[in-house]
Design a protein around this ligand. Structure first.
Ligand code: ATP
Length: 533
C-alpha cells in the first residue's frame, strides 16, 4: 500500500488536500492523472447505467425492460429533507473523548482485552488505527502495570479482542493513548452531517446541511421527473455528485474521506416485482466491477443477514473488495445495493416513518404529532395502462466513485520485469488499468528527434487527440518513455521510427504483454478503437 500511495503522489494521481499547509485530515485532491481516471470511472458508470442503457430490450436477469434517466441536484437542500429521510435523527456515531490525551475515538472502534496482573484487572485498549492491536495491548498493559517485556507471560488475559461497546464500567478502561485508568468519557452522539449557514443573519433557522448522500435529491424530485418526462415505472434515476460526512476517523487513504463522490441510482418499480429487481441490480452491479478489471478473487457480494435488515427491506448486499490495507481475509465496501420498499417516498409524503413499525407508520412526538412533517405532496404513481395507483418500491445501488477509483488503483499496481533499451530485463512498476478507465489511452513517440519522425508522430498525435486523451513525448531514451507510461497506466505506446517514414507504418506496444506489432499509420485510429473498446 505504501508503494501505491507514493506512486499516486509522485505521478500525480492523488495529493493530500492543502498539503503545503500540512494537509487536512479526510480530504484528498486528484492530480492530473487522477482526475482523468476518476472521470473515466464516472463516465463509464454513467454510460453503462444511463446513456448507453437500452430501454427497449429485456437485459439478462432483468424481470423486464426499463428506462433510465439522470438528475443533478444541489448539495444544500431544504433542512426538512434530512429530517424526513432520518439522517437528522439517526445519522450519528457515538464518540468517546479521552480527558488525558484529549483524543476522540469512535466508541465501537476501540478494541481491547481484559487483562489481570498484580491483583488488578483492567480493560486495555487500542485505537482503530492500530495495525497490530494484540501487540499494542501487551505493550500498553506492561507499561500500566510497570512490568518488563520479559515478564509478559505474567499478564493474565481474559477473553478475546472485544469492542469497547461490550464494557459497562469505564473506570476499569485504559484509553488507547492514556497512562491512567478511567479517562474516557461516556459515549456521546456526534452527527455526521456538516452544518452550514444560509444568508447573512446566521440564526438557527438559517442553518442547513451539506448532503451526506445524493439519494435524497432523487426522491424529492421523483414527481418532477415523472411529470416532466415520459418515463413509466419501472425506471431508474441516476445521479453522480459530491457528498459530505464528518467522519470521525477518516483513514485508509481515500477509502473513508469527509468529502467524496457518490454514483447512485434510485430504481422505482412495482411492489410485486421489487424482489426480482433487487436481485437483478445486485448481480448487475457486481458484474460491472468485474468487467472493468477487478479480480474475481478479491471481490465479493455479501448479502446482509436477515437480522441486519429493516423489516421493510427484502434485501441488502454489499459489493466488497479486499483492499490491501485491510487485514488478510477482510473486505471493504465499494457499493451497497438495498431494497428500500416505499420507505423513502412515503417519508417525504407523510412525514418521517418509524423504521421499527410494521406496517410502517409516521413517527410521532410527545404531543402525538408527526415528529418531522412530510411535504404533504402526493408521490404515488398511476399506471396509465392498468389504472392502478401505488407508491413504487425502491432499489438503491449506491456506489462511491472514490472507493471505486482506489480499488482500481490497488488492482492495477503491478511489479514485473521488462527489457530496457539494450534488451536487458529490468524491474518495472506498471499500472494495469483497464483501457476504458486509463487516464491516457496512448502515447506517441518519435524514436529520435530527427529525419521527419517528430513531424509524423505529431500528426498522429493530433489525429488521435480528436478521439482520446493521448500524450506526445520525444524526450529521453525510448525505454524510459515506455516506463513513464507504464506507471501512468497508458495501455498503448505508438512509436514512429525510420521505417515509418518509408512505409507509413508505426509500432504499437502493449503495456501488459509487451507485445509489439506494426500497423499502417492510416489504420491506427481503427486499431486503437478496437483495443480500447
Ligand atoms: P461505511 O459503512 O463504509 O461507512 P456506508 O454503508 O455508510 O459505508 P453508504 O451510506 O451505503 O455507505 O454509501 C454508499 C457508498 O458511498 C459506499 O458504498 C461508499 O462507496 C461511499 N462512501 C460512503 N461513505 C464514504 C466515505 N466516508 N468516504 C468515501 N466513500 C464513502
Amino acid at each position: 500500500m505504501e508503494k501505491l500511495v507514493s506512486l499516486c503522489k509522485r505521478r500525480g494521481f492523488m495529493f493530500q488536500s492543502s498539503e503545503i499547509y500540512g494537509g487536512i485530515n479526510g480530504f484528498w485532491d486528484y492530480g492530473p492523472l487522477g482526475v482523468e481516471l476518476k472521470r473515466n470511472i464516472k463516465d463509464a458508470w454513467w454510460r453503462d447505467m444511463v446513456t448507453g442503457h437500452d430501454d427497449l430490450t429485456q437485459l439478462p436477469g432483468a424481470p423486464g425492460s426499463y428506462e433510465m434517466t439522470g438528475l443533478d441536484c444541489t448539495i444544500i437542500m431544504h433542512p426538512q429533507v434530512w429530517k424526513c429521510s432520518g439522517h437528522y435523527d439517526l445519522f450519528h456515531d457515538y464518540m468517546v473523548d479521552c480527558r488525558e490525551s484529549k483524543r476522540r475515538y469512535r466508541h465501537d472502534q476501540i478494541q481491547g482485552r481484559w487483562v489481570e496482573a498484580k491483583g488488578k484487572k483492567i480493560f486495555a485498549t487500542a485505537g482503530s488505527d492500530s495495525e497490530a492491536p494484540e501487540a499494542d495491548l501487551e505493550r500498553q498493559a506492561l507499561k500500566f502495570f510497570g512490568m518488563r517485556s520479559k515478564n509478559a507471560d505474567e499478564l493474565k488475559w481474559d477473553g478475546p479482542l472485544a469492542s469497547l461497546t461490550t464494557v459497562d464500567d469505564f473506570e476499569l478502561v485504559l484509553g488507547p493513548d492514556a497512562k491512567t485508568l478511567g479517562t474516557l468519557t461516556a459515549p456521546r452522539e456526534f452527527n455526521l452531517m456538516f452544518k452550514t449557514t444560509i444568508g447573512a443573519l446566521g440564526g438557527e433557522a438559517d442553518s442547513a446541511f451539506l448532503r451526506p448522500e445524493t439519494a435524497q435529491g432523487i426522491f424529492v424530485n421523483f414527481k418532477n421527473v415523472v411529470d416532466s418526462s415520459r418515463v413509466r415505472v419501472p425506471f431508474g434515476i441516476a445521479q453522480v455528485g459530491k457528498s459530505f460526512r464528518n467522519e470521525i476517523t477518516p483513514r485508509n487513504f481515500t477509502f473513508r474521506s469527509r468529502e467524496f463522490e457518490q454514483m447512485e441510482i434510485e430504481f422505482f418499480c412495482h411492489p410485486d416485482s421489487s424482489a426480482e429487481w433487487y436481485t437483478y441490480w445486485r448481480d448487475r452491479r457486481f458484474k460491472w466491477y468485474l468487467d472493468l478489471g477487478l479480480d474475481e478473487g478479491k471481490l465479493q457480494l455479501r448479502d446482509h443477514d436477515q437480522d441486519e435488515l429493516s423489516h421493510y427491506s427484502r434485501g441488502t448486499a454489499d459489493v466488497e473488495y479486499a483492499f490491501p490495507f485491510l487485514p488478510e481475509g477482510e473486505f471493504g465496501e465499494l457499493e451497497g445495493i438495498a431494497h428500500r420498499g416505499d420507505f423513502d417516498l412515503r417519508s417525504h409524503m407523510e412525514g418521517k416513518l418509524d423504521p421499527a413499525t410494521n406496517p410502517l407508520t409516521v413517527e410521532l412526538n410527545e404531543d402525538g404529532k408527526p415528529r418531522h412533517r412530510g411535504s404533504g405532496k402526493d408521490l404515488s404513481y398511476r399506471d396509465d395502462l392498468t389504472g392502478e395507483r401505488f407508491i413504487p418500491h425502491v432499489i438503491e445501488p449506491s456506489a462511491g466513485a472514490d472507493r471505486a477509483t482506489l480499488a482500481f488503483l490497488c488492482e492495477a499496481y503491478t511489479e514485473d520485469e521488462a527489457p530496457d533499451d539494450k534488451g536487458k530485463m529490468q524491474s518495472r512498476v506498471v499500472m494495469k488499468l483497464h483501457p476504458r478507465i486509463a487516464p491516457i489511452k496512448a502515447a506517441i513517440f518519435p524514436l529520435v528527434k530527427k529525419d521527419g519522425m517528430p513531424e509524423m508522430a505529431q500528426d498522429l498525435y493530433r489525429t488521435l487527440k480528436k478521439d482520446w486523451n493521448v500524450f506526445y513525448d520525444e524526450k529521453g531514451a525510448v525505454g524510459r518513455r515506455y516506463r513513464r507510461q507504464d506507471e501512468a497506466g497508458t495501455p498503448f505506446c505508438v512509436t514512429v521510427d525510420g521505417d515509418s517514414i518509408q512505409d507509413n507504418t508505426v509500432t504499437i506496444r502493449h503495456r501488459d504483454t509487451l507485445e509489439q506489432w506494426r500497423v499502417k499509420a492510416d489504420d491506427l485510429t481503427d486499431e486503437l478503437r478496437k483495443l480500447i473498446g
